[in-house]
Design a protein around this ligand. Sequence first.
Ligand SMILES: NC(=O)c1ccc[n+]([C@@H]2O[C@H](COP(=O)([O-])OP(=O)(O)OC[C@H]3O[C@@H](n4cnc5c(N)ncnc54)[C@H](OP(=O)(O)O)[C@@H]3O)[C@@H](O)[C@H]2O)c1
Length: 335
Amino acid sequence: MRAWQIQRYAEPLEALSQAEVPLPDPGPGELRLRVEAAGLGLPDVFMCRGQYAFRPELPFTPGQEVVGRVTAAGAETETDLGSRVMAVTAFFRGLGGLAEEALALDAAAYPAPAEMDAATAAGFVIPYHTAYLGLVTRGRLQPDETLLVLGAAGGTGAAAIQLAKALGARVIAVAGGEAKVEACREWGADLAIDHERASFAEVVMDETRGLGVNCIYDPVGGSAFAAALECLASEGRLLAVGYASGAWSDASTQALVRRNASVLGVFVGAYTKPLLDEVHSALLDLWRRGAIRSIVTRSVDWSDAAKALHELSLRRTSGKTVVRVVESVHGAPNA
Ligand SMILES: NC(=O)c1ccc[n+]([C@@H]2O[C@H](COP(=O)([O-])OP(=O)(O)OC[C@H]3O[C@@H](n4cnc5c(N)ncnc54)[C@H](OP(=O)(O)O)[C@@H]3O)[C@@H](O)[C@H]2O)c1
């Protein structure tokens, strides 16, 4: 079968090339999926660079989430052969979604609703599960509260904007450039700040009459985290989600104590199936009611996967990009 593989650690265009590889065998708790579409994210770029927490042996296939049909199932799995699922892949073993067939975790595979198109399904699980676990489970965001979303035009940020609006909160989004700021407004942000034109922290403090925000969703880290900490209201919660900037940041304990504030870690991979099943079902309910919608803005052909990751690495994308796999490789969906 065909797969995109990271052959050496480099920027996506140099790191990735297509290869003919054997079909992977699912181990215990794993499914093999014929991939219909694969979602891209910044972690795939970090994997190309060899800068991610997981560094499988080279060469390997990235791609954290997919929609596809089950073609084989390992021991201790519950999903039916032939069923169509949206799932988190075994990317950490180097058997990710940028392939005709990928391995997925049975515990993180959910039936894909027939009415959900492939692109939406391939870009739903990781951004929306992260948003729900961050905003609801960890952050306890309330309808009368204000949320600040950093990296708001990215895949992780876009889901947080939409979920927070569905929960009834006021949302202030931060993104770079007019097009991304406009995208944040379209997803429902009440206010979108262009960090290339103004200090977002100053604007936030003005907008909140010096009180700050109740909750911050931060997939960026680095200096943005430090600036955001200054915008946290009394009893505020800063949700540390990611490090798009390339670096995590440490909070000053003194700054937290002064505000009775907290920094909370958010990591989807550390939660177990029963909770994730509940989260998924709550999200699907919101999606069916139209309270949250697809964050996928771009669907590219299989042959353009490396170029699409290149664009993502240069911060030129907004929302989520997905790669069409079945259609591109075989000519027709579900062929
Ligand atoms: N904790 C979890 O369970 C979990 C789950 C999913 C993702 N994450 C993490 O969340 C982070 C974002 O992932 P994503 O897929 O949403 O990324 P993405 O779609 O590329 O969005 C990231 C956003 O961060 C901003 N950014 C700031 N500095 C950047 C830099 N140096 N390079 C690239 N972007 C930069 C960009 O916005 P502007 O250009 O507008 O500033 C970009 O839109 C990653 O660190 C990922 O590992 C964590």
